[in-house]
Design a protein. Structure first.
Length: 64
């Protein structure tokens, strides 16, 4: 059940921040803060958080 909550949180985060495929710096900062809040609240694991940060990094650099 917890895995489903984590996956739902990640899917929602991706849709919110990575839907366009690229991030500007301000949106990147918001994406990282949101990912950190999800990890701190226990909704995603530390490993999932790392993956989210990597995805945000790639979107900032314009890589998919």
């Amino acid at each position: 059940m917890e895995t489903n909550k984590g996956m739902a949180a990640i899917v929602e985060w991706r849709a919110r921040f990575l839907g366009e495929g690229r991030l500007q710096e301000a949106e990147y900062d918001r994406a990282l803060m949101a990912a950190q809040q999800l990890e701190q609240s226990g909704r995603v694991s530390p490993g999932e958080w790392v993956a989210m940060v990597r995805q945000a990094n790639a979107a900032l650099l314009g890589q998919h």
